[in-house]
Write a protein that binds this ligand. Structure first.
Ligand SMILES: CC(C)(COP(=O)(O)OP(=O)(O)OC[C@H]1O[C@@H](n2cnc3c(N)ncnc32)[C@H](O)[C@@H]1OP(=O)(O)O)[C@@H](O)C(=O)NCCC(=O)NCCS
Length: 234
């Protein structure tokens, strides 16, 4: 299996029909969180370089695209789909990472968001630094919410004045990058006064060892975060 994930452009127009078929078939599956899109819509996303395709040799097996709202202030990573035969192998995670990096490259100042009912997308986005938000934090652009018209829960959204629905909103704000939780709990204790060496030597040594251990852990964590950030830098 020679799987590759590429940023689609005009040279990938031959995949438009198969991507459309993939989206259509998936949207008809029970529990699917994806809305059907027209051939023209997908063709435009491919041609304009605002989508990524997963290709197994010459077969399109995954897709996701970028939509912009509120004059580019918001970017949505939408339409994530993976062919049934290729699921549970980390492909969606790879596609999401690629579309996220592409969004950061094309719109570095935009807030990036998704709405989903799916655990897979929640997990993936959360690992990329997205945080859950209420719908009030998302774009108010009516065109975005029109995209929900094909969803079977659209009446719920309408009844709630576009403020509440079954989906969870997830947002990456470039101005407020999320600090990983573990970083916050690694609070290194202050040094004990030197007199403890003589008065309470065992406590002093234990304290010293604990401090060393936590410092090592914190440094390792910092390195890991830096590495993750470097990987995500478009
Ligand atoms: C959702 C979808 C894209 C996931 O694709 P995938 O390639 O199987 O996902 P991955 O293998 O990258 O899995 C990523 C994580 O999600 C989990 N996951 C995948 N599918 C899941 C599911 N149906 N339910 C719960 N968790 C799921 C995986 O276990 C993995 O978690 P881990 O890394 O903690 O082990 C795919 O099932 C699909 O195309 N569904 C229909 C369309 C859809 O609902 N798209 C989402 C629109 S918001």
């Amino acid at each position: 299996m020679a799987l590759r994930i590429v940023v689609a452009d005009a040279t990938h127009m031959q995949y438009t029909q198969s991507v459309c078929d993939l989206i259509r078939i998936t949207s008809q599956q029970k529990g699917s969180g994806i809305v059907n899109r027209s051939l023209e819509y997908i063709a435009e996303k491919i041609k304009s370089g605002k989508s990524v395709i997963a290709l197994d040799n010459d077969r399109a097996v995954g897709f996701s695209y970028i939509e912009t709202w509120s004059h580019g202030m918001f970017v949505a990573n939408s339409g994530l789909v993976v062919d049934l035969d290729y699921r549970y192998s980390g492909l969606a995670r790879r596609i999401k990472k690629n579309i996220f990096m592409l969004s950061r490259k094309l719109y570095p100042k935009a807030k990036i968001f998704s709405i989903t009912t799916g655990l897979a997308v929640m997990k993936i986005n959360s690992d990329l630094g997205f945080v859950p938000v209420t719908f009030s934090e998302l774009t108010r652009d009516i065109e975005f919410w029109k995209g929900c018209e094909g969803c079977k829960n659209f009446d719920i959204l309408q009844r709630n004045d576009y403020k509440i629905c079954l989906c969870t909103g997830l947002m990456f704000d470039p101005e407020k990058p999320r600090r990983p939780k573990m970083n916050r709990i690694l609070i290194i204790p202050q040094k004990l006064p030197w007199r403890f060496i003589f008065e309470r030597p065992i406590i002093f040594v234990k304290h010293l060892l604990r401090r060393q251990r936590l410092l090592r852990k914190r440094n390792a964590l910092r390195k890991q975060i830096e590495q993750n950030n470097n990987n995500l830098t478009p």
